[in-house]
Design a protein around this ligand. Sequence first.
Ligand SMILES: [Zn+2]
Length: 214
Amino acid sequence: MAKRGRPRGTGKKRRKVTVQFLERMHTGKVTQPYEILERIVKKQRADLKDVKIGIAWRLGWRPDADKVLTLGQCKKRGDLDRELDNYDFIIMLNKEAWPTLDDNHKERLIFHELEHAQLSLDNNGEPKKDDRGRLICRVRKHDFAEFRSVVENYGWQDNLSDLAQAGINDSKLPLLAEMTKDKTKKQTKKQTEKQNKEAKKGMQKTVAETEDSQ
Ligand SMILES: [Zn+2]
């Protein structure tokens, strides 16, 4: 008996794959997103020169409930990912939006995504490595995240959480603060003594001039 509906294998809805890895080379040329990425790393992000970054197209991103359309995303690879290939980061770009951007916007977008890509540093500012000698990477958060209405009502200010953290640090370190104060007092006292000595030598005017120029 013939079945009603679509014949088997035709028109059946299959799950859509939303990611396509972008090869660096296409018909003998470096593809545009990689060309931009490599230019930025060379000029502005030399710290990433030994980091392997791949690019993938992302399809089907739609504006969210707040009407924000994601244009790119920087993803750090995990241990298993790096075991399979050696990419440290993958930057995903909105495939539908990419052709609508001009060259300046494309560069700005890739620069932005690269700002998320950071190396973990030790206390001496040297890149940390894992026990396989690979660089340890991290994803950096945005510096600024604020509502337009907050800026409209209160103006643009430093990040409140930074200010609060500074306050908490200060209150946790009253002893250090006192010590610093004492040190400052001692230094001021020393400076005054020195100035008095110099004044005696007829050099007061020179000191005053130096202070004014600061
Ligand atoms: Zn971002």
